[in-house]
Design a protein around this ligand. Structure first.
Ligand SMILES: [Zn+2]
Length: 275
């Protein structure tokens, strides 16, 4: 990928149809560059649709990613882990047919374990999943997302640490990182995050990023819900400046409720910075 693309988490609000094909067409009309296929309530897309999605996205040069179902806990009991594994594998199977670049995963909850125990269990689980993926010829990357609550697996250090498993990359949700304790909201802090990524993954880590951004409301416990950028205290202007300073590349997926409005705002802000 040769530049930073901006797009929506799912089909844009202004799309004529609610399906992914209409979404890709609308993303293209709006002048955006990417879209995340939201399998968050289950992998309902069939192989035939996935092939059509791949064809259309290729034709219109729209890059895709997949968001795996929310109901995943790789640190859960045996049954939960098995179901989680299947949900991730199904996301990867359909994602690969759709020519998506990656599958974004909320890895799970810390539960009663220490964070270190949770890390080890999730690492083991992801290693098994990658092994099964290799057996099936699935080479699409899995990206573990930084999460907005302390009760969830997904601090920046955890997400970077887990990339030691082959085929695992980070999804950096900057709004989630801000929602934990209200920090991570200045140019300096955003630069620290990008430096940490480069230290762990090298320049490749910055040249192939997958990012989530939205406005966000939070409490001392962390994330409450997503907001429009202008209705939130999230300092997206300084975030975009940091993107430009570091020359990062990849996809920025906007998860604000007004999807494309804020995606276009981020893109416009970025174009001002780089010109
Ligand atoms: Zn997510």
């Amino acid at each position: 990928m040769e530049r930073l693309l901006f797009g929506t988490a799912g089909t844009p609000v202004s799309s004529i149809g609610t399906d992914s094909l209409s979404g890709i067409r609308r993303v293209h009309e709006l002048g955006l560059g990417c879209m995340e296929l939201e399998f968050v309530r289950g992998v309902k897309m069939g192989e035939e649709t996935a092939r059509k999605v791949s064809f259309l996205a290729g034709k219109l040069d729209i890059k895709l990613s997949v968001h795996a179902p929310y109901y995943i806990n790789l640190n859960g009991d045996d049954e939960t882990r098995l179901k989680s594994r299947e949900r991730i594998l199904n996301s990867a199977r359909i994602g690969q047919i759709s020519s998506a670049k990656c599958v974004v995963v909320h890895a799970g909850f810390i539960q009663k374990d220490s964070r270190l125990d949770a890390f080890e269990k999730i690492k083991q689980e992801l290693t098994c999943i990658r092994e099964q993926m290799r057996g099936e010829g699935l080479n699409i990357a899995l990206r573990i997302e930084t999460m907005g609550r302390n009760s969830q697996f997904g601090s920046l250090d955890e997400v970077l640490g887990i990339t030691e498993v082959e085929g695992i990359l980070p999804c950096i949700d900057f709004s989630h990182l801000h929602a934990v304790g209200g920090k991570n909201n200045s140019h300096e802090e955003f630069a620290d995050i990008l430096n940490k990524i480069e230290n762990k993954l090298g320049r490749d880590g910055l040249d192939d990023m997958h990012i989530h951004v939205s406005g966000i409301e939070y409490s001392p416990k962390g994330e409450k819900n997503h907001l429009e950028l202008e209705k939130s205290d999230f300092n997206f202007q300084e975030l975009i400046e940091a993107f430009s300073d570091f020359g990062i590349q990849g996809m920025v997926i906007c998860e604000s409720p007004n999807l494309e409005v804020d995606a276009l705002k981020l893109k416009e802000e970025y174009e001002k910075c780089i010109s």
